[in-house]
Design a binder for this molecule. Structure first.
Ligand SMILES: C[S@@+](CC[C@H](N)C(=O)[O-])C[C@H]1O[C@@H](n2cnc3c(N)ncnc32)[C@H](O)[C@@H]1O
Length: 247
């Protein structure tokens, strides 16, 4: 079943190209794989997979089965096109995560920037419940999100890294956090996330049944450790990791 038009349908290619920005590689990707640990032989569900950037990386890292789910038909079209051109065995579903029905349970749920699409605590709880229900016991939830522990004070520029964040000061539950990106080729585009307090996140994970929910600061890849370029990002971190376990 395909979904109604989604904001990412119009920016799918620009978003895909933004994966070439250096913070993606040295902070986002490095931290994701640090949190994931060994994925060899594991079954993984990549929620809000976009055009499959991490779905493919996780499969290449040795996961047995990886399925990406995204609400944007255009994102899924790009993911499937890439799968046809360079087959890896990734599967994709064009679904709203909240309406997903997946019978088989998985070892790992990955959610790179899904949770910050919840506008209310009920929507966040639903994302967490769906993730919990699809996990095997001892399974792990791993994600990267807008850093709701450090909301921007009005507009904050991370221009040297290729983006800017904007939101009300102080943000209230459900307020928009606007991301404006500039790709390496100069292409500009924007998308919205939504703010929910860190306590709401803790509540939603606990309510869904998860144990040991924790925030995880993004870490810089060792190869960049001495590069002062990253100081601004790391001293005012716009993004954060999160992990939780199903006991
Ligand atoms: C910032 S992009 C991240 C894409 C990918 N995870 C990555 O890191 O490259 C956010 C994605 O979330 C998807 N999304 C938002 N709400 C969703 C929902 N309820 N169900 C499935 N996908 C959703 C959007 O379509 C978009 O592709």
């Amino acid at each position: 079943m395909s979904q109604a038009k989604n904001e990412y349908d119009d920016i799918a290619e620009a978003y895909r190209d933004s994966k070439q920005l250096s913070f993606r590689k040295y902070l986002e990707e490095y931290s994701l794989f640090e949190m994931l640990g060994k994925v060899r032989g594991k079954s993984v569900l990549d929620l809000a997979c976009g055009e499959g950037f991490y779905t493919r990386k996780i499969k290449r890292a040795g996961a047995a089965e990886v399925t990406g789910v995204d609400i944007s038909a255009e994102m899924i079209r790009l993911a499937e096109e890439e799968e046809r051109t360079h087959p890896l065995g990734c599967k994709y579903l064009n679904r709203d995560v909240t309406e997903m029905e997946i019978a088989e349970s998985v070892d790992v749920v990955v959610a790179m920037y899904l949770l910050n699409y919840a506008k209310t605590k009920e929507e966040l709880l639903r994302f967490c419940q769906v993730s919990y229900n699809v996990l095997r016991s001892e399974g792990r939830f791993v994600g990267v999100n807008d850093n709701v522990r450090n909301p921007p004070n009005g507009t904050v520029s991370f221009a040297k890294y290729g983006f800017e964040k904007e939101c009300a000061t102080p943000p209230k539950e459900g307020d928009v956090i606007l991301y404006k990106l500039v790709n390496e080729d100069g292409k500009q585009f924007e998308f919205k996330n939504f703010y929910l307090a860190q306590e709401t996140y803790q509540w939603a994970f606990q309510e869904a049944g998860f144990a040991d929910f924790k925030w995880v600061d993004l870490h810089l890849a060792p190869i960049q450790q001495d590069n002062l370029f990253w100081d601004e990002f790391l001293s005012n971190p716009p993004l954060i990791g999160l992990m939780a376990f199903k006991r």
